[in-house]
Design a protein around this ligand. Structure first.
Ligand SMILES: Nc1nc2c(c(=O)[nH]1)N[C@H]1C(S)=C(S)[C@@H](COP(=O)(O)O)O[C@H]1N2
Ligand SMILES: [Mo]
Length: 401
């Protein structure tokens, strides 16, 4: 396997990002996210990353500027968002001593070296990695947690090995029902390790995989070097980074990060009225469809009486993008946008349209994605107390002058 070593400079850069690192020229510029107190610095100081929106230094929360996603289906690795829960994240990985451990309810517990891993049958899939809390900052009433704009999302071609093949190597015992995953990051004293689980059937579906590469390059350190779980169609809380431990369980995972955190209301649309207490919850799971407008920004001015071009990206969530529609009348009528090439049903799909010339004045343009299951986006946000699954139809104000 062509694992590129992490350069000494990158390792030191990451270690240097303590509280004081910020004082010495880490901040490059600023950006305004579209909600109250949305001013953010941008930074180029993180290893393997270009200009990112700085949400937090430790543990790093780095958001992708929407402009960096415009016009391409695959998000460049150096602009791909970053999210860690705990401060103590891997700052270097020894590729010779690293082992992926597989244990619990298996016939043969394993400790797989990177060399051996690279000889397993290869598998690749395009898939959108989206934080459960992407766009949380846009919820009203506001919800505590990272106040992300729309950029806690990216699409990559993930390459590695099917999880099923690794589980088969270990030999899952008949009483197994779930599989738990954890990585090289460490919790502070007394806190539960960040671990997530999937049902055994899901884990063995032939799509869930362990990726060592994204977009043809080894994973950036901050995105999970040397390997991470990829769960196509599901929110990225399950996509454990720097994965080094797989445990096959004989009961459901009742750990904090499955049983308490990342819960959504058990209602059909996962929404609940603000202020409601004591409602049934389930762990967050499949993603829902979303469209993004990437070319024109909110408040853009176009020339009156002349056609203009607009484009964006769409994701179908748990199934492929079927279509993207645009509306200039708040959803009363919709017009189909043209879709770009299909590069995998779990990935982004480009959409584009030429809008006929508008008379002078102010307008609002809406976009809506519908997936192959017929699931679509609502006009208004669907609220929940975790600030998860934000996915209403996006819209921008346009002035024709
Ligand atoms: N080991 C580990 N994996 C993790 C996390 C973490 O804190 N530790 N956070 C998860 C969450 S909530 C998100 S949104 C994604 C972010 O993936 P990225 O940083 O590659 O964009 O990683 C997931 N995998
Ligand atoms: Mo997340």
């Amino acid at each position: 396997m062509n694992m590129a070593p992490i350069s000494r400079r990158d390792t030191l850069a990451l270690l240097g990002l303590g509280g004081t690192g910020l004082a010495s020229g880490v901040l490059a510029a600023g950006i305004e996210l579209p909600f109250a107190n949305g001013a953010r610095e941008t930074t180029t100081a993180f290893p393997g990353k270009g200009e990112m929106i700085l949400q937090r230094v430790r543990a790093p929360l780095l958001e992708t500027p929407i402009a960096a996603m415009d016009g391409q289906v695959f998000t460049p690795n150096d602009r791909f968002f970053v999210r860690w829960h705990y401060d103590d994240i891997p700052t270097r990985v020894d590729t010779r001593s690293f082992r992926l451990r597989v244990g619990g309810a298996v016939r043969r517990p394993l400790a797989i070296s990177l060399e051996r891993f690279a000889r397993l049958p290869r598998f690749a899939i395009a898939a959108v990695n989206q934080c459960s809390g992407n766009s949380r900052g846009l919820f009203s009433p506001r919800v505590p947690g990272a106040q992300w704009g729309d950029g806690a999302i990216g699409n990559a071609r993930w390459e590695g090995v099917r999880l099923r093949d690794v589980l088969d190597l270990a030999g899952v015992l008949p009483q197994a029902v779930a599989v738990r995953f954890a990585g090289l990051d460490r919790p502070p004293p007394g806190a539960p390790p960040f671990a997530k689980a999937l049902s055994l059937d899901h884990a063995r579906d032939g799509e869930v995989m362990i990726a060592t590469h994204m977009n043809g390059e080894p994973l950036p350190l901050l995105n999970g070097l040397p390997m991470r779980l990829v769960v196509p169609g599901w929110y990225s809380t399950y996509w454990i980074k720097a994965l080094d431990h797989i445990e096959v369980l004989t009961g459901p995972d009742d750990g904090y990060w499955m049983a308490k955190a990342y819960q959504i209301p058990a209602t059909p649309d996962a929404g609940i009225a603000p202020g409601t207490h004591d409602f049934a919850k389930v762990p967050i799971n499949r993603m829902v469809p979303r469209a993004f407008i990437t070319l024109l920004a909110d408040g853009a001015t176009v020339a009156a009486d002349s056609p203009f071009y607009i484009r964006g990206l769409a994701m179908g969530g748990a199934n492929a993008v079927a279509r993207v529609d645009l509306s200039m009348d708040a959803g009363r009528s919709w017009h189909r946008a043209t879709l770009g090439q299909d590069q995998g049903k779990y990935g982004f799909r480009l959409w584009e349209a030429t809008i006929p010339g508008l008379k002078r004045g102010g307008y609002r343009l809406w976009a809506r994605c519908t997936n192959a299951d017929g699931d679509s986006q609502a006009m208004a946000p669907i609220w929940n107390p975790g600030g998860y699954m934000y996915a209403p139809c996006p819209s921008i104000a346009i002035r024709a002058a």
